[in-house]
Design a protein around this ligand. Structure first.
Ligand code: 9J3
Ligand code: ZN
Length: 309
């Protein structure tokens, strides 16, 4: 349910921008042109008065699907061409008719490579994000280093990469698995302007993150014996400020390595979190509030509702 005052409210049932009928839609389209937003066409036809909204209205099916509405292209970034991280792969919506997109950098865990988190590239990019899955300088790098590398990757993406013109440098997020998830907490602590952080079965020796100002969704796994939730994901979540938009999703029947393969629960809540906080897209609030109930795939969910208040 969109919460806009103008476009989709029940008092204006014929004012839909999608159909471009009626006076309200015409006015909004004219304003969009005046604002330099370009024509309302393609998957972003419903851009409405949130300038960061991308893609059609979501449904449970659309966020659970293996692919979203955007066709995805990819480009490889050689480690030899960058500094501060180990190169990687950029996945991005092929279309240039929807303006710029928010972006997210994703780090693998200890001993692991980009390939271990590669499934998230096309999965997230097809929903309307530029996604940079990276390698680290060495596979033994610790979480603080991984945090700096995520930030170096975002800087490369927005300042020097071949797709820099497609990225909105003011709307960035970080994700990571294990020590990379610990790194995503480090990155958010270092750069409070980040709009979203999503640590996946995170590992870190630092258990306390009260400094974070970035909306953070932490995934734990009930069967994780490498980064047990009792000494990693749970204390990380509990230490986040209670005034922050924060979430803790504990995956049911899952292990430390569950985030290394396609996983619908990780995808649907990550998409919702990134959309809600990188795109300010309140159409996704319905998937986060009220808090998801325990299920076959969710052992437990903690968080605040509603968000942004
Ligand atoms: O990145 C990770 O998988 C961290 C878990 C780990 O192996 O820590 C032991 C030092
Ligand atoms: Zn701390």
């Amino acid at each position: 349910m969109r919460l806009h005052p103008h476009t989709d409210s029940p008092t204006h049932p014929s004012g839909s921008l999608r159909h471009r009928t009626g006076r309200l839609a015409g006015t909004a389209a004219a304003l969009a042109v005046l604002a330099g937003l370009g024509p309302l066409a393609g998957p972003g036809a419903h851009a409405a008065d949130n300038p960061y909204e991308r893609g059609p209205a979501p449904t449970t099916s659309s966020i659970e699907a293996p692919r979203g509405p955007y066709a995805v292209s990819q480009t490889s970034v050689s480690s030899l061409s960058v500094t501060g991280f180990g190169g990687g792969t950029i996945y991005y919506p092929t279309s240039t008719s929807d303006g710029t997109f928010g972006a997210v950098a994703i780090s693998p865990g200890y001993t692991a490579y980009e390939s271990s988190i590669a499934w998230l590239g096309p999965r997230l990019a097809s929903q309307g994000f530029v996604v940079f899955t990276i390698d680290t300088l060495t596979t033994a790098d610790q979480p603080d280093s991984r945090g700096r590398q995520l930030l170096a990757a975002l800087d490369h993406l927005t300042e020097r990469s071949s797709v820099r013109g497609r990225v909105d440098a003011s709307r960035l997020g970080v994700m990571g698995h294990s020590m990379g998830g610990g790194g995503s907490l480090e990155a958010a602590k270092s750069r409070p302007g980040l709009q979203a952080a999503i640590p996946l079965t995170p590992w870190n020796l630092d258990k306390t993150w009260p400094e974070l100002t970035t909306p953070t969704l932490i995934f734990g796994a009930d069967g994780d014996s490498i980064a047990p939730v009792s000494s990693h994901a749970e204390p990380f979540y509990s230490s986040l400020s209670s005034s922050l938009d924060r979430g803790y999703l504990e995956l049911n029947s899952a292990t430390h390595f569950t985030p290394n393969s396609s996983n619908t629960t990780i995808a649907k809540y990550s998409i919702s979190w990134l959309k809600r906080f990188i795109d300010n897209d309140t159409r996704y609030e319905q998937f986060l509030c009220p808090l998801p109930r325990p299920s076959l795939t969710i052992e437990e969910y903690r968080g605040n509702c509603p968000h942004g208040s």
